[in-house]
Design a protein around this ligand. Structure first.
Ligand SMILES: [Zn+2]
Length: 843
């Protein structure tokens, strides 16, 4: 399928104005296909001119333009040419469409728990034409009137409210003008919880087998929804612009969620079947608030072209963290941003594939899809946080409201927003945007001792060196704090001040507080998107007393700095692990325990440490897990889930016979002494570890599948089978990955199980063979599978020069899909860092 180019979109927008679109779907045509009839009414500003409509059917049955039959055989590459347009036109397109198994277009899923079938659509970014014909670009908005024929016992949800339902026939109210990537339908024998808030009908929907779990959590999710509506209604002049708000939890969903107006889709892992930590509940609240922010940013006002994807994502991200931290019980949400979400942005911004937050040259939709990344979300949100701090909230929201007012139900670009913000604040927002939104790269602030003789007051004359990889600097508004050591390794905050740092290579720091502090910490409140480095004395204080800093956010910033230092080769993996051993067992923040242990195991122990040191690294992490387990034993109720984190971490790091014996005993007992019980998620995780190490096999997997007949159970089994240290199991998993039509989720699970650092020898030359296999499969199965096969299927543990060379040879090919190329470029960059770390450790 050819990607729509910007030039084509501009020309089509110049010619056409869409009046309305009716979409009629027939979901009663069996397991493989469904019927789709679209009627588009549109104007053409140059009568006589030609254009094309996007449609990607299995079979195009009929197309009629202004009463004239078109030749279905003219359909090529997902485009049907339209010649001789009139001033006002009516186009009818009748097609047979195919259900997908990859989460793109109309996905069909059969629940193994009860055999019930469910379907849902994902039109973003350019998969709308896989279920209805349209002019598939964000700035040709239309009022959509959707109707669906479905099996009689199904429920159907779409963007608008149901206006008529008889038997299996469902008709929905026309939407206000929306972009076609936002049209959505969810259908199946759904379980539904209904409510209402402030005049807005609310619905939660999931598949029937998840009903008991949705029932338990419905009130929590509705509460977040109501609080978020209240918050948005407080800061925005425009009320929620659609007629209802349905949140649908759907199976095998590729993203976290999708902001279809009035019909938001979420991955249904957010309906928790097993115990979760408070950080996971917080993450769900953030996703709920994020999608709600899109109702304004993205749905009411939509980017004109995909180069302004950030207008959607950065705002939704920034607002979600703001709303959740200010209006729900998760007041520490920004710590989660610092501890986990920001590293996604930092990593992305230091890769060869980085791009400006607001790129100027996104030539086509295939390229646009690759920008759906840590830059558009995490860095963009961090940049907005800087902007709000600089302009002040009042001026910021005043500008945003005038932007909504001017472009409601239409499209806008970066320039429109900048103009509105400049007018509301009177500040030079354009210059700020040039620096922050049009450049790439992360700045580093390094505290350096004052030059000898220059200053006598201790750090009174400290310098900050301000650098970046390419020399382009950004202005920064941050805070800096000083700490003093008191008894028992504890530190107390002595002083904090704001620093308004211009884009210059050096800053004089007169003083942050009086005296000579034990720790001087830049960006301690994490306001800036910037890497920090400490002076020697401060770093010594950190290694001795990191856990003794009372401010959770400051500890998050320091753990982040340590992570950077390892990735940049300024601290070896062992040094980081020592920090973990010293300061994590006493850590009270679930955010920090989760992100630090995750990085220490998956990046350091499994990639950066050479194989001969890996077991010592895992042993250290298992020890930390045991310490945390002891600490949370029989103590006050562990609401944040630290104990669950400890158990998960301990399972994943277990490798010695003694550690395996403990896991076996938990399995026999059905739980960890003192809790938690082994619920489905923990059971599968534990079994996976036993499978990897050859301590369990097919018999145990089959027995677990009898206990858990759910879709997650099927994924758990696929993961375990792929992980077995057995040549036949590996061969079967390889075939499943590269030569099957498995669903996106089963591909992901198989890939997650396949590569195991413990199985180097067994895997033979597969790391090299991966690169041939993945090219064909990505081409055959499309972007979603291409991304999964690079994210989870990449031989990341084989951090050798040989793997790097094989990857580079693959990247030199010209037949890679855009999704595969981007995935590989990012993985190879991480791989090079791992190879460097191993080489440095070997010296
Ligand atoms: Zn979003």
């Amino acid at each position: 399928m050819s990607a729509l180019t910007l030039a084509e979109a501009v020309e089509r927008r110049r010619l056409l104005e869409v009046r309305s679109s009716t979409v009629d779907l027939d979901l009663t045509q069996g397991d493989e296909v469904f019927g789709s009839v679209t009627v588009i009414r549109f104007a053409c500003s140059s009568p006589g001119a030609g254009s094309f409509v996007d449609v990607k059917p299995k079979t195009l049955l009929r197309a009629v333009l202004n009463g004239r039959e078109l030749d279905p055989g003219a359909l090529a590459d997902g485009r049907l040419p339209l010649h001789g347009l009139a001033a006002e036109n009516e186009l009818l397109v009748e097609a047979v469409m195919a259900y997908s198994r990859t989460g793109e277009g109309m996905h069909r899923f059969v629940d193994p728990a009860d055999g019930e079938a469910y379907v849902y659509t994902q039109a973003f970014l350019d998969d709308g034409p896989r279920f209805f014909a349209s002019f598939d670009q964000p700035d040709l908005k239309a009022a959509y009137e959707v109707s669906v024929t479905a099996p009689e016992d199904w429920t159907v949800v779409a963007n608008g409210l149901v206006t008529r339902q008889e038997g299996g026939r469902w008709e929905f109210a026309p939407t206000p003008p929306i972009s076609n990537y936002l049209v959505a339908v969810v259908a199946g024998p759904l379980f539904t919880v209904r409510s209402e808030h402030d005049g807005i009908p609310l619905g939660l929907h999931c598949r029937r087998s998840l009903a008991p779990y949705l029932e338990v959590d419905a009130e929590e999710m509705l509460d977040t929804t109501r609080r978020s509506f209240d918050h948005y209604h407080r800061v925005f002049d425009q009320r929620y612009p659609f007629d209802s708000y349905d949140q649908c939890f759907v199976p095998e969903f590729n993203a976290g969620a999708m902001e279809n107006p009035g019909c938001v889709t979420f991955r249904d892992e957010f309906v928790f079947r097993s115990a979760v930590t408070d950080t996971e509940r917080e993450e769900r609240a953030i996703v709920i608030a994020h999608e709600m922010a899109h109702m304004w940013f993205g749905d009411l006002v939509t980017m004109r072209w995909w180069d302004d994807l950030w207008l959607n994502e950065s705002f939704a991200e920034y607002l979600a963290y703001t709303v959740v931290s200010e209006s729900t019980r998760f007041s520490g949400a920004w710590t989660g941003f610092a501890a986990a979400r920001k590293s996604w942005g930092y990593d992305a911004d230091q890769r060869p594939s980085t791009h400006p937050v607001a790129p100027e040259n996104v030539d086509d939709t295939a390229e646009a899809l690759q920008n759906f990344d840590g830059i558009s979300y995490s860095k963009g949100a961090a940049a907005l946080r800087q902007l709000v701090a600089w302009l002040g909230e009042e001026a910021f929201f005043k500008g945003v409201n005038s932007y909504f007012q001017q472009h409601a139900f239409g499209n806008a670009a970066l320039a429109d927003l900048l103009q509105a913000l400049a007018a509301s604040s009177g500040r030079d927002v354009h210059a700020w945007a040039e620096r922050w939104l049009r450049t790439t790269g992360v700045d580093t602030l390094r505290v350096e001792p004052a030059q000898l003789g220059e200053d006598s007051g201790g750090r009174g004359g400290t310098r900050i060196a301000h650098t970046s990889a390419d020399g382009e600097l950004r202005p920064l508004l941050i805070t800096a704090a000083t700490y003093e050591r008191v008894a028992d390794g504890h530190l107390v905050l002595r002083a904090r001040r704001s620093l308004d740092l211009p884009a210059e290579p050096e800053h004089e720091l007169d003083s942050v507080g009086a005296g000579d502090p034990d720790l001087l910490l830049l960006n301690d409140t994490d306001l800036g998107f910037v890497k920090i480095r400490l002076d020697d004395r401060s770093w010594r204080t950190v290694t001795e007393s990191l856990g003794g800093i009372p401010q959770e956010l400051a500890r998050a910033v320091l753990w982040g700095a340590a992570r950077d230092m390892v990735r940049d080769g300024e601290l070896d993996a062992q040094g980081y692990l020592e920090l973990v051993a010293a300061h994590l067992p006493g850590e009270s923040s679930a955010h920090l325990v989760q992100s630090v242990l995750g990085f220490a195991r998956t990046t350091l122990a499994e990639q950066y440490l050479t194989p001969d040191r890996r077991s010592a690294g895992l042993g250290l992490l298992a020890g930390v897990g045991r310490d945390l387990l002891r600490r949370t034993e029989g103590g006050p109720e562990d609401a944040s889930g630290l104990r669950l984190l400890a158990v998960r971490s301990l399972i994943a790091a277990s490798s010695t016979p003694a550690e395996l014996a403990v896991l076996e005993s938990w399995r026999e007992e059905g739980g960890v002494p003192g809790g938690p019980l082994l619920d489905p998620e923990l059971s599968w995780q534990l079994l996976l570890r036993l499978c990897v190490l050859g301590a369990a096999g097919e018999a145990e997997i089959a027995a677990e599948l009898v206990r858990d007949t759910s879709a997650t159970g099927q994924e758990g089994a696929a993961r375990c089978r792929a992980a077995l240290p057995d040549p036949e199991a590996k061969e079967a998993a390889w075939t499943a990955l590269f030569d099957s039509d498995l669903s996106n989720y089963l591909i992901a699970a198989t890939a997650q199980g396949f590569w195991q650092p413990e199985q180097d020898e067994l895997l033979g030359d597969r790391p090299q063979r991966y690169f041939e296999a993945v090219v064909d499969t990505a081409q055959r199965r499309g972007p979603a599978v291409g991304r999964l096969l690079t994210r989870y299927g990449f031989p990341a543990y084989h951090a050798t020069e040989e793997t790097v060379l094989a990857a580079e040879a693959c990247l030199a090919r010209t037949d890679l899909t855009a999704a595969l190329r981007r995935g590989l470029v990012d993985q190879v960059d991480d791989l090079r860092r791992a190879v460097r770390a191993r080489e440095a450790a070997a010296k």
